[in-house]
Design a binder for this molecule. Sequence first.
Ligand SMILES: [Zn+2]
Length: 212
Amino acid sequence: MNPRSRKMRLLGLLPRRWVITTARRRERTLYLTFDDGPHPEHTPALLELLARHEARASFFTIGREAAAHPELVRRIVEEGHLLGNHSQTHPQFGRLTLAGQLDEVARADAVLAPFDGRDRHAFRPPRGEMGWRMLWHCIRRRVPVAYWSYDSLDYARGDAQALLETARRHPPQPGDVILMHDDGPLSLAYLQAMLPAWRAQGFRFEALPLHA
Ligand SMILES: [Zn+2]
């Protein structure tokens, strides 16, 4: 398996103000991102690991989960990470009308707004599924669409060892946006091994530079 997909390479050809797949390629920075949380068990463990390494990241939360675990969302913001929108209930976007998709995004924005004071958040579509009409809507409304360039593959069935072998065989490049998930244990095992290794290679870890 390869962390870099053809789809992300193609999306990476679009202007970065429309669709983010990488950021600041010239700096030795990696952008860690987590989808599908917050999760009461896995998110705190990740936050502690990130704090120990002075790493900042971006959390694309599901609105429903954020509403269920407000203390975790507060912690994410207080500890310097970025909050992103990963829809309210994580449905299959391809099965929704455009109005239904926009409603999912608006409801999640409303859940997140009290935590970071922003009306709108960068949007990462569930499963990366996004039709052209929704993409065009986001472009027109200047909602950053946040994809990734480097997939940890932590949602694929398999063990941490297999993920680490892939990470070592295909090392990330400066500016890569790394896709992980905080609703399961694999991202913690992955980062416990890779954060020190990447740091030793001179990488820093920042939240996505969306509001700069
Ligand atoms: Zn997801």
